[in-house]
Design a protein around this ligand. Structure first.
Ligand code: GTP
Ligand code: MG
Length: 441
């Protein structure tokens, strides 16, 4: 998602890195590039224009902090504005005191309504909720079958009246059924049209009147470009939407238009669909998404995970050492152990700001590898662990023998170590180690 946009922005900001300070000129120049990148990603023209104006005003007014580089300072301003653009807070699915909570899914034909209903139901089931799905798409005979197939796949009941043409009637009787079942949620799948038309809107208005929903969610195909904005506006005007679900966002496609829906309508994005499978639905976090788009990595997620697992005191000590450029093999070993607690390294690396998954491509850290790293490091003398430069051929042979590994494995570990040491050096020099990430290093 948004890799192209992220790439463009990273490039833009990296050009600022060499500059001494922020000036009105380099702010404007950079923001011109940002605007171009947004338009290339198909962000709505007006949305991009207003966004840049706002950022420019704030960037010019910002007091230059000595601890931050110009690039960082501007990224920070852009990040804040982007979070707002994307909706600020994370929006939630309704949960009413009175059951069932009723949610109506609307949208154009093929946008992914039926699939999304099933995906949302699967999430709710995982939370232990009882869910009834209402098959209220009465126009396409196959629609009922589709929902029933999806429903049985996830163990959710489906209310349907095959052959019945009165959408509002089916919707209302489904609600009754949900009440009888004591269902926590009643999710209503509706019919779509190729375009917005009066007949569809009128039918949806009747269905709304019949089930009195707590939330109406619009499902929008993320690949439809600028039309996504117009579609959202039209639905919102007629039905008052509580949220949007953007589907088909897994590609690198131009999701910018879809992102503009929030700015254009004020309706928050609740979920993003990232595939055809039932699991392919992600809650939409504006702050995390903004970080991802800016190539800063999903710092929030990283911090959460780091806080859960990293021994903070040890991390703080390590941090002090790193500041003095003394990253040794002992730290490497400790680091590996911490990383192991946090999950697969590849996942973490993707989240680290400024690395974009490139730096540690070849570092292997499976369970077995960590065991081997341990054995190898423990076979070294203290002096060797602190000064790996002195590890010549005969020392390496001895260590391989002592650890039950091979010289190749010792060599590989030293290469990995060197790579990691350089990575930390780079992060530190670029000043790119954000506070949030400090606990990790
Ligand atoms: N790649 C991808 N495909 C999706 C996603 N969501 C839905 N689809 C696919 O899009 C197609 C249409 O999805 P449906 O859920 O049937 O769409 P709908 O809005 O119910 O369509 P109608 O009932 O005909 O109006 C199906 O092939 C889905 O598998 C998504 O997030 N990613
Ligand atoms: Mg459908």
């Amino acid at each position: 998602m948004f890799e192209a946009l992220a790439g463009r922005l990273e490039e833009t900001f990296s050009r600022l890195r060499g500059r001494g300070k922020l000036s009105p000129e380099n702010i404007r120049e950079t923001l011109r590039e940002v605007r171009r990148a947004l338009l290339e990603a198909d962000v709505n023209y007006k949305v991009a224009r207003d966004f840049i104006r706002q950022v420019e005003g704030r960037a010019l007014g910002v007091t230059v902090l000595r601890s931050l580089s110009p690039g960082q300072q501007l990224v920070k301003v852009v990040h804040e504005a982007l979070v707002e653009l994307l909706g600020g807070e994370t929006a939630q699915l309704a949960e009413s005191a009175e059951i069932p909570t009723r949610i109506l899914f609307v949208g154009l034909q093929g946008s992914g309504k039926t699939t999304t209903v099933a995906k949302v139901a699967a999430r709710l089931k995982k939370q232990g909720k009882v869910v009834l799905l209402g098959a209220v798409d009465v126009h396409r005979p196959a629609a009922v079958d589709q929902l029933q197939t999806l429903g049985s796949g996830i163990g959710a009941q489906v209310y349907a009246e095959p052959g019945e043409r009165d959408a509002a009637g089916v919707a209302r009787r489904g609600w009754e059924q949900a009440r009888k079942l004591g269902a926590d949620y009643y999710l209503v799948d509706t019919a779509g049209r190729l375009q917005i038309d009066e007949a569809m809107m009128a039918e949806l208005a009747q269905v709304r009147a019949a089930v009195d929903p707590h939330q109406i969610l619009l499902v929008v195909d993320g690949l439809t470009g600028q039309e996504a904005v117009a579609v959202s506006e039209a639905f919102h005007e007629r039905l008052t939407l509580a949220g949007v679900v953007l589907t088909k966002m897994e590609g690198d496609g131009r999701g910018g238009a879809a992102l503009s829906t929030r700015a254009a309508t004020g309706v928050p994005i609740l979920f993003v669909g990232t595939g055809e499978g039932i699991e392919a639905l992600e809650p939409f976090h504006p702050a995390g998404m903004a970080s991802r788009i800016l190539g800063m990595g999903d710092v929030l997620a990283l911090v959460e995970r780091a806080q859960e697992t990293v021994d903070l005191e040890e991390a703080a000590q390590l941090q002090t050492r790193l500041a003095k450029e003394e990253f040794t093999l002992e730290h490497f070993l400790r680091q590996m152990r911490e990383v192991r607690k946090m999950g697969p390294l590849e996942d973490l690396i993707k989240l680290i700001p400024g690395l974009g998954g490139k730096a540690l491509k070849n570092v292997a850290v499976g369970e077995k590898d960590i065991g081997r790293v341990e054995a190898i490091v423990l076979s070294m003398t203290l002096h060797e662990r602190r000064r790996p430069e002195i590890l010549n051929g005969s020392r390496r042979k001895r260590i391989a023998r002592g650890s039950g590994t091979s010289v190749q494995e010792v060599n590989r570990l030293l290469r990995d170590f060197d790579q990691m040491r350089r990575m930390f050096g780079r992060l530190r020099k670029g000043g790119k180690l954000p506070n949030a990430f400090q606990g990790l290093s």
